[in-house]
Design a protein around this ligand. Structure first.
Ligand SMILES: C[S@@+](CC[C@H](N)C(=O)[O-])C[C@H]1O[C@@H](n2cnc3c(N)ncnc32)[C@H](O)[C@@H]1O
Length: 242
């Protein structure tokens, strides 16, 4: 998927955050969809953590955090942002991670905007790995039905359609099929973030706007194509594929 050059130094600055306000807001929305008590996990792994845009909330809410990121320049940003004993930065691909790492007990995986940057074969390998390891996982991807995302792709000079287009194919139906084929059950699904992320980030700085954002979240049932993200929470199936 040409990720090594696409996610190189000095690109995709829109992913860079210096504080956890946006990350914690998104995490609060995730908790409204996922019927799990995250406080029971001792370890969280974030695959493809990028520059840590969503990692702040994981660092705040889990006792031990591993951020896996193959881009050396993004891994350096992660080291600067999360210089804490409970956080380990693993500068490697998920394939290298599978070979080198024994999953800690009581662990969960989080993945933000990762799947559409993996090939179908890589996704199958990843899902099968999660199924064999018998760990739950949360996947947040761009909502393929939101027309504003195509617009964002066109106007953002760092984004290229050939590296991003797959998100359009990762519908609820398609991804659910891929999860099931690899031995994972979709235990929860939902849409979230009704206001485009760049506006949400600004609005979150003002308390009154934050209340409006939360109110607007109710519109996701009426206007699902306005949601910026859709979320899958997977657990290993009882009859996992080996
Ligand atoms: C769109 S970025 C998302 C980054 C971050 N999760 C976020 O939402 O801000 C996709 C990330 O996946 C990483 N990635 C791509 N291929 C990967 C692989 N095989 N294993 C692990 N991470 C990968 C990229 O380096 C990049 O940082």
């Amino acid at each position: 998927m040409e990720n090594s050059t696409y996610f190189a130094h000095d690109t995709h600055k829109y992913m860079y955050c210096t504080d956890g306000v946006f990350s914690e807001y998104v995490f609060s929305l995730i908790k409204t969809i996922v019927p799990d008590n995250f406080s029971r996990y001792e370890q969280v792994y974030e695959m493809g953590a990028g520059m840590g845009r969503f990692s702040f909330a994981l660092v705040k809410n889990f006792p031990r955090v591993s951020l896996i990121e193959p881009s050396a320049s993004y891994a350096r940003v992660l080291k600067q942002l999360f210089d804490a004993q409970q956080v380990s930065i693993m500068n490697m691909t998920m394939e290298e991670f599978f070979k080198k790492t024994v999953i800690a007990p009581h662990a969960i995986f989080f993945n933000f905007h990762l799947l559409h940057h993996l090939s179908p074969a890589q996704r199958t390998e990843y899902f099968s790995y999660l199924s064999r390891a018998r760990v739950p996982a949360v996947f947040l991807e761009p909502n393929p039905w939101n027309p504003l995302i195509v617009f964002q792709l066109i106007i953002n000079p760092d984004m290229r359609m050939k590296n991003e287009w797959q998100y359009l194919t990762l519908t609820r139906k398609q991804l659910s099929r891929e999860f099931h084929a690899a031995g994972l059950s979709v235990a929860a699904y939902g849409k979230l973030c009704q206001v485009p992320p760049p506006i949400t980030k600004r609005a979150l700085k003002l308390a009154v706007c934050k209340r409006s954002l939360l109110f607007l979240e109710h519109s996701k049932h009426l206007l699902p194509f306005f949601s910026s993200y859709h979320l899958f929470y997977t657990t290993p199936s009882h009859h996992a594929v080996s």
